[in-house]
Design a protein around this ligand. Structure first.
Ligand SMILES: NC(=O)c1ccc[n+]([C@@H]2O[C@H](COP(=O)([O-])OP(=O)(O)OC[C@H]3O[C@@H](n4cnc5c(N)ncnc54)[C@H](OP(=O)(O)O)[C@@H]3O)[C@@H](O)[C@H]2O)c1
Length: 346
């Protein structure tokens, strides 16, 4: 990094420069556990490596993913992310901010650019480094908070519906778990793709989910999507709480079951057993099974940016918190009943 400068200003506005600080504040977890293992630490500013950007974080948001990284569950995932303790100890995976430094070989961005995307291990800090291929420019008129609320949940919803679900205009889409981060994005993205959307959530979230454009909203405390008689071309399942045979019964011939979650009772392996059972249930079916892990790619982030700029996607923000609110917010996400997005402004 040649010129250590930091840039202040809002997205895509001309910015002034001041020297970069040598340290930053971040929410860290040096061990696996509950919110009690989180700490607020002063850390040295990270240095961008080849192909990386140093970003001053203006907004981030929390995801169920952050709960999994915090608790190290399912335990199996520790083989990848650190057996005894997390390899990446700054929490948070979404980022919207301003490029304040570049590593060698960076070609797509320059100091002063406003970017958003996925940055595992860093969103809950004042600065982070991220590959330039994991972020895209924030479109004009989109705020840092809106952009920071979007990446993980938006990419998951988009890839679930478009890449794996292959949703076509006029198709009937069922979204199970419509009130969370992924669900609130999915309702809007499915509408933007031209689908007829049926959304499933609890009583307290019915009005919110309807306001996102869902054509029908089922309150799962009273209505059962399995018993209702309706059938769907695509089901995006953010919960995985039904027997795979029941799920199969609501999907039309040629339809697609796209699942991203499942039961979490067994801390060693869940939701893997459910996903295996569901895959088997669809082996001889005339509808298909799709399970995936969302990935950051520039094309999908750019598409999300276009939806944000056009107002077709408006992230639902439950509240905006500082770094001191991260522990309580993650506990809420861990309960399985967080509502929409919780945005973090460090
Ligand atoms: N495979 C991937 O790449 C990927 C990516 C992102 C997330 N995920 C997984 O997908 C799941 C959802 O993620 P998220 O970020 O949206 O989580 P979240 O923001 O914590 O939302 C969870 C939502 O689930 C709803 N819910 C709980 N029980 C339900 C039920 N019986 N029926 C319908 N809805 C129910 C809750 O709404 P109510 O309060 O109304 O019950 C809550 O809003 C998580 O398990 C996460 O680990 C997977």
């Amino acid at each position: 990094m040649s010129s250590p400068t930091t840039v202040h200003g809002s997205a895509n506005h001309e910015a002034g420069t001041t020297p970069l600080p040598s340290t930053m504040t971040a929410v860290t977890a040096r061990a696996y556990g509950g919110p009690e293992v989180l700490a607020t630490e002063t850390l040295d500013l990270p240095t961008p490596q080849a192909g990386e950007l140093l970003v001053e974080v203006r907004a981030s948001s929390l995801n169920a993913l952050d709960w999994h990284f915090l608790t190290g569950t399912p335990y199996l995932m520790r083989l990848m992310f650190g057996v005894r303790r997390p390899k990446r100890f700054v929490r948070g995976a979404d980022v919207a901010g301003v490029v304040v430094g570049v590593g060698t070989g960076v070609t797509r961005f320059a100091i002063g650019d406003s970017v958003f995307g996925e940055a595992p291990g860093g969103g809950c800090g004042q600065y982070l480094t991220v590959k330039e291929t994991s972020v895209v420019a924030i479109p004009d008129g989109v705020s840092f908070e809106v952009a920071g609320a979007t990446p993980v949940a938006g990419l998951t919803a988009l890839q679930g519906l478009r890449t794996h679900g292959d949703v076509q205009p006029g198709e009937r889409v069922l979204i199970n778990g419509a009130a969370g981060g992924v669900g609130t994005m999915a309702v809007q993205i499915a509408k933007a793709l031209g689908a007829h959307v049926t959304a499933v959530c609890s009583t307290r979230n019915v009005d919110m989910v309807r306001s996102l454009g869902a054509d029908e909203v089922l309150d799962y405390t009273r209505d059962d999507f399995v018993d209702g008689g309706a059938r769907f071309d695509v089901m995006l399942d953010n919960v995985g709480n039904r027997h795979p045979r029941e799920v199969r019964s609501v999907i039309v011939t040629g339809g697609r079951y796209v699942v991203i979650s499942g039961p979490k009772a067994n801390r060693w392996v869940d939701p893997l057993p459910y996903l295996v059972r569901a895959r088997l249930a669809f082996v001889r079916s005339e509808s298909s099974f799709h399970q995936f892990t969302a990935e950051a790619n520039a094309d999908d982030l750019t598409f999300l940016g276009e939806l944000l700029a056009s107002g077709q996607l408006v992230p639902q923000v439950d509240r905006v918190i500082g770094l001191d609110g991260v522990a309580d917010a993650l506990a809420e996400i861990g309960s399985g009943h967080a509502r929409a997005k919780i945005v973090v402004v460090p």
